[in-house]
Design a protein around this ligand. Structure first.
Ligand SMILES: Nc1ncnc2c1ncn2[C@@H]1O[C@H](COP(=O)(O)OP(=O)(O)O)[C@@H](O)[C@H]1O
Ligand SMILES: [Mg+2]
Length: 173
């Protein structure tokens, strides 16, 4: 569904459960809050309407490989019955000038289309450091720097404008 960039997992595709992931108690609490808010997005947005705040829609998980970041996200997606699109971030990186940024925008736009058709879902950029760390792949003319900025701007749009995402992106890009 996300083309060559990644895979969408629905509730029935995910076998891991939150209790299968050992430790990470604090992270579990935060993810629980995050998913609960997403599950009740409309209600939270309505309550925050007069405060100029929007419900938080993004979260950064960081840490050493193999500590449960991807598994925990999948487990919560299963628990809350919210599909999760796992983007393999290294596939966004291109050696052609401008293509990395185009790929980032394309994946977000595709995701916005899917959201319109299917409702809430998680867009999970796995191994996002791929965008910042593959400097040797491009002629260093600021391409990677621009790609990182484009990515952060996209995250800002999601955070500050909220949903629907597609309209916000159209204005920005
Ligand atoms: N805290 C944990 N408890 C149980 N299994 C774990 C834990 N952390 C990692 N694993 C297992 O190790 C593998 C890799 O974990 P993963 O979630 O992909 O790590 P990360 O995304 O942090 O690199 C998975 O099969 C996962 O089930
Ligand atoms: Mg991972």
């Amino acid at each position: 569904m996300l083309g060559n960039y990644g895979t969408v997992y629905f509730e029935m595709d995910i076998i891991e459960e939150v209790d299968d992931i050992i430790g990470n108690e604090e992270q579990k609490e935060r993810l629980e809050d995050f998913f609960r808010a997403l599950d009740n997005y409309e209600r939270f947005a309505e309550r925050l309407k007069n405060t100029k705040l929007a419900p938080n829609l993004t979260m950064l998980l960081f840490g050493p490989p193999g500590t449960g970041k991807t598994s925990l996200t999948r487990a919560f997606a299963q628990k809350y019955k919210i599909p999760v699109c796992v983007v393999e971030s290294n596939r966004l990186v291109s050696s052609l000038l401008g293509d990395t940024i185009r790929n980032i925008r394309q994946v977000i736009e595709t995701a916005a289309d899917i959201a319109e058709g299917n409702g809430n879902f998680i867009l999970f950029f796995d191994e996002i450091d791929a965008i910042g760390s593959e400097r040797s792949n491009v002629h260093e003319v600021g391409e990677i720097k621009r790609a990182v900025i484009a990515f952060l701007q996209t995250i800002d749009i999601v955070n500050y404008k909220g949903l629907p995402l597609a309209t916000s992106l159209e204005q920005k890009c």
